[in-house]
Design a protein around this ligand. Structure first.
Ligand code: ATP
Length: 252
């Protein structure tokens, strides 16, 4: 049994087969990257896994459980978190507030208990804060913890989005173009964060990424897609040199 797998996954939008009979398996502890030219279906795969889209065919399996038709919040509760190509944070809240919101999947206290502010609520609140502070330390965000998101540089917001995903304590992290909009130095930092997430936190990562230098530095295996179909799978260098992948990027 694989840690995570998609089997014959498909979705159509009108006449477009955005994801067309895609199968792959990811082992625990891997960084597995999906590449491909614009419109290849990469983000659509993420939207299927995080249950934003309903597949027209196939299955999604996580730790042996079929999660294909679970509601989005149930997928998060099972331990799958994601970041977005365009950052999705609350701009008028602080870093800390955004991260505490990231903890809401772990709330186990009832509204009744919360209204009365029972000891169980206070204990849970302390545990949430502890976890958030841990993530702030891990990603070196101490200097920004009380800043409003709206006032932060793009590169820092990108790290906060990563932090919010980590606050849900995921087993599987989906990173949608972690380097998009980052400069060279910030992209280098992202390489280190992804390596640490794998090495120190033991979190499995599936990533969609265009920056081939980042892909080579962090990925264990790479899957290339074109027109919704897999065209190559293997080690990063191997896949980047694959003739069909080269052709796909040249638009032939
Ligand atoms: P990029 O690198 O540009 O982000 P991608 O590989 O992530 O591209 P997708 O965004 O997954 O590509 O899109 C795959 C195909 O599905 C494209 O032809 C896109 O126009 C189409 N598509 C995606 N979402 C929808 C939707 N909600 N409705 C209609 N078509 C869609």
């Amino acid at each position: 049994m694989s840690f995570f797998a998609v089997e014959n996954l498909s979705v159509r939008f009108g006449g477009i087969r955005a994801v067309d009979d895609v199968s792959f398996a990811v082992e625990q502890g891997e960084v597995f990257t999906i590449i491909g030219p614009n419109g290849a279906g990469k983000t659509t795969i993420f939207n299927l896994i995080s249950r934003i889209y309903e597949p027209t065919g196939g299955r999604i399996l996580f730790q042996g459980v079929d999660i294909t038709h679970l509601p989005a919040h149930a997928v998060t509760q099972r331990g799958i978190a994601r970041t977005f190509q365009n950052i999705e944070l609350f701009a008028n809240a602080t870093v800390l507030q955004n991260l505490l919101l990231g903890r809401h999947t772990h709330r186990s206290t009832t509204l009744f208990e919360e209204v009365l502010f029972l000891p169980s609520v206070r204990r849970a609140e302390r545990a949430h804060r502890r976890k958030v502070e841990e993530v702030i330390d891990f990603l070196d965000l101490q200097a920004h913890r009380d800043s409003l998101i709206a006032g932060l540089p793009y590169g820092v917001r990108k790290v906060v989005e990563l932090a919010r995903a980590l606050c849900t304590e995921p087993k599987l992290l989906l990173l949608d173009e972690p380097s998009s909009g980052l400069n060279v130095e910030e992209t280098e930092d992202m390489v280190f964060w992804i390596r640490d997430i794998k090495r120190l936190l033991g979190i499995t990562v599936i990533m969609v990424e265009h920056d081939m230098s980042l892909v080579s530095k962090v990925s264990d295996r790479v899957l290339a897609l074109n027109y919704g179909k897999p065209i190559a799978l293997g080690a990063p260098g191997e896949v980047q040199r694959h003739p069909e992948v080269v052709r796909a990027y040249l638009g032939e």
